[in-house]
Design a protein around this ligand. Structure first.
Ligand code: ADP
Ligand code: MG
Length: 565
């Protein structure tokens, strides 16, 4: 009898691991930038081409590697960061599993050039690996630090390649990763060059975190943010009028590590009390310095979730810090915000001297980037809302004569429609924190398969999970609080009825999809929500009618009012 069980060879093991750690270009960038940070780099430059498929190149001025380490670092479970299990409880580095480089090198053409500061200039090391096979390992000259270049990502793993999104999408994801890294490490200079253009420029400045927040999240937030300062928390929150309809504007770092904590998000929200309406979420960048003993970062394979020892205490501290900063907002504020001390890096070698401070904040952000925070528009305020009644908003016209009666549902429909139906033919997306699985009938699944591309232009990012199940990773940015599964099922039905993507049909589909995300005429809006809606309607290209060609508003002037009574 022959045995069915077989030990997998190294190459297969690495490729499986790559599937877990390395999903797309942005996860490659994340792993490599984390390595640079762990190496004590103060300057990190990332270059990508074709959304990262053609090229990802990361250059740092960190501690570099010896020739021995340069060879070893590509072995699986090779790490300089922990030696035994006890080290996990005092971990201050980003990585520790020793998997990233081996995984990445197994699914790409990988080149590493590195040198330690203490080694002679020409005794750096060059290592070339292709699909996990070592092709070259020689001495090479370079300045102290490390450069890693990745080409042909996933070329040898067709399945994974098939699941890559468009280069534009992948590029935007890399941008997000870099933004998070830059917000988490204000004392490190970050640069992202995308297809030859410098799209993110975050120098180290005297303004510390506040200027960093400005250079990454834009000047609007920079102007609208309030400092949060307590013994353990530093950072900024948007003032109560600067909120969003989702949590995408919430950046939380514990010991410089970007984390998601629904508990802390909720505590921040509670700190705002009743100053922001229901359904809106505060925007914040908060840094927490916590003894490593109090936080367990090892609970999640992608290390994005943390477990806190003293949740109650944490909630209390956050709530207090936020409400204190809101109370203080009337008082004049110091110009320069918090200074940051980084927790020590693991590498025993000293980090290079910090770069010279530059005092200008650069807002180098490309227009085309999908990320919502980076779009600046000039807006009009719109008429002043007086009250709401039965699905209508009553507002005072700008010239004061009469009453404007605005239909909230039709207004919202128009707003969503215009947001989706962008000139560039692609609606902006918002990534879901957790993908939503939808199960379809075989016929629906077939329709879905044929329409994945098209749904992407509507702002959905959906991938096949199994024969009849799909995973929704992103939905149109303009939607909030909707039943995604139900909406997609509806859209599938639509697509079966209107299978052609002719121009007029596309518009009608946008209109129908937008209608599904629309608030009902029954829902009661708070005054700030109504004001926001009116403002958005007044900033629409065609504010006078909804996409189904019904009027969005009427003016009741003196004459009409007299007719009524
Ligand atoms: P981990 O970060 O979990 O240790 P990686 O596979 O990401 O595993 O990296 C393996 C090792 O290679 C690291 O522990 C580190 O010693 C070394 N290394 C990786 N990138 C760099 C870099 N940019 N500078 C210096 N050393 C690095
Ligand atoms: Mg690592």
């Amino acid at each position: 009898m022959s045995s069915k069980i077989r030990l997998l060879n190294h190459d297969v093991i690495n490729k499986i691991a790559a599937g877990e750690v390395i999903e797309n270009p942005s996860s490659v960038v994340k792993e490599l930038v984390e390595n640079s940070l762990d190496a004590g780099a103060t300057e990190i430059t990332v270059e990508i081409k074709g959304g990262g498929r053609q090229l990802i190149r990361i250059t740092d001025n960190g501690c570099g590697m010896s020739p021995e380490d340069a060879a070893l670092c590509l072995e699986r479970h090779a790490t300089s960061k922990i030696h035994d299990i006890d080290d996990l409880s005092t971990l201050v580095t980003m990585g520790f599993r020793g998997e990233a480089l081996a995984s990445i090198a197994s699914v790409s053409k990988f080149t590493l050039v590195t040198r330690q500061a203490e080694d002679p200039v020409d005794l750096g090391t060059l290592v070339v690996v292709e699909g996990g096979k070592l092709l070259q390992s020689t001495s090479a000259a370079r300045s102290p630090g490390t450069t890693i270049e990745i080409k042909s990502l996933f070329d040898n793993v067709p399945v994974r390649k098939k699941f890559l999104k468009s280069p534009a999408h992948d590029g935007a994801e890399v941008f997000k990763v870099m933004s998070v890294m830059a917000l988490g490490n204000p004392d490190v200079k970050f640069q992202l060059i995308r297809d030859g253009k410098n799209v993110l420029n975050a120098p180290v400045t005297k303004g510390g975190l506040k200027e960093r927040v400005g250079s990454v999240l834009g000047k609007e937030f920079f102007k609208a943010c309030l400092p949060v300062e307590s013994e353990t928390i530093h950072g900024f929150v948007g003032n109560p009028s600067y909120t969003r309809h989702n949590r995408l504007g919430q950046y939380l770092f514990i010991n410089r590590r970007a984390v998601i904590s629904p508990v802390i998000s909720r505590a921040v929200r509670e700190g705002f009390g009743t100053t922001i309406p229901a359904g809106r979420f505060p925007v914040f960048v908060l840094h927490w310095d916590m003894p490593t003993f109090d936080v367990d970062v090892n609970v999640h394979p992608q290390k994005k979730e943390v477990r806190l020892r003293d949740e109650e205490g944490v909630i209390h501290t956050v709530r207090e810090a936020i409400s204190r900063s809101l109370r203080k907002k009337e008082a004049p504020q110091p110009v320069v915000a918090s200074t940051f001390t980084r927790p020590p890096v693991y590498h025993p070698k000293p980090a290079p001297a910090p770069t010279v401070c530059e005092s200008v904040v650069t807002y180098a952000v490309e227009e085309e980037v999908v990320h919502p925070e980076f779009k600046w528009t000039v807006e009009v305020a719109g008429p002043q809302v007086m009250t709401t009644v039965q699905g209508f908003i009553l507002a005072e016209p700008e010239d004061g004569g009469g009453i404007l009666l605005i239909d909230q549902k039709r207004a919202h429909h128009r707003i969503l429609f215009e947001k989706m139906n962008k000139a560039d033919g692609r609606a902006a997306m918002q990534t879901l924190a957790v993908p939503i699985q939808i199960d379809l009938t075989p016929i629906e699944a077939d329709v879905m398969r044929q329409n994945l591309e098209r749904l992407e232009t509507f702002g959905f990012s959906i991938r096949e999970f199994s024969k009849q199940a799909f995973l929704v990773d992103a939905i149109p940015q303009s939607f909030s609080n909707i039943d995604v599964g139900a909406m997609i099922k509806d859209i599938m039905e639509d697509l079966q009825v209107y299978p052609v993507a002719a121009d007029g049909v596309r518009e009608k589909q946008f209109a129908r999809i937008a209608l599904r995300g629309t608030i009902s005429s029954q829902s009661k809006l708070s005054l700030p929500e109504a004001q926001e809606l009116v403002k958005k309607l007044w900033n629409c290209q065609d504010k006078d009618q909804c996409p189904s060609a019904h009027r969005t508003w009427v003016l009741l002037d003196g004459e009409k009012l007299r007719e009524l009574v």
